[in-house]
Design a protein. Structure first.
Length: 174
């Protein structure tokens, strides 16, 4: 038999607006705290990464400074070997020694060139350049004023930076 009696229903809990607001605030607070923890972790990881990069960069710079001349020194070793060989022959004839000196100079010039050390040796009549030349004297001459007459000492540059300017005599202004 079926009866049409109503079944008891569970009572719907009545929530006040204050409780709903408190639950919502607590949920938002939990979300904000989770987000804060996530961002704090990301910050600490980023900070550690930056510190690692800084440390690695310092190590690389230290190694670069320490071994910067390694290639240059390596190219100078054959020059040193040639000089040692010349010293080992104390009774050599002057012609032989002079020939060895010329060969050693060619080795040295080649080693300097391989390492981007280039001569500054202006020819006569070249316009005086105060960035590459140092005028030692000014003389009257039959060429354009303010031009090189003679090179007294070659200059050298490395990677377009002057190591030593060429010492030159320059023509006087007219």
């Amino acid at each position: 038999m079926t009866t049409d009696t109503p079944t008891p229903q569970e009572p719907i809990p009545e929530t006040s607006a204050a409780e709903t607001g408190a639950d919502s605030a607590a949920t938002k607070l939990a979300e904000v705290e989770a987000r804060l923890a996530e961002m704090s972790d990301a910050y600490l990881r980023a900070k550690a990464e930056v510190e690692n990069i800084r440390r690695r960069s310092e190590e690389e710079m230290s190694k670069a400074r320490k071994f910067a001349v390694e290639s240059f020194a390596e190219s100078m070793l054959p020059v040193m070997d040639s000089m040692d060989a010349a010293i080992a022959l104390p009774d050599a004839k002057v012609e032989t020694v002079l020939e060895g000196v010329h060969a050693t100079r060619r080795q040295l010039a080649s080693a300097l060139e391989r390492n981007k050390v280039l001569e500054i040796n202006p020819s006569a009549g070249t316009k005086f350049d105060p960035h590459q030349h140092q005028a030692i004297s000014v003389v009257p001459a039959e060429q354009e004023p303010n031009t090189v007459v003679m090179v007294l000492q070659k200059g050298y540059s490395i990677a377009e930076r002057v190591l030593r300017p060429a010492l030159v005599t320059v023509t006087a202004p007219k």
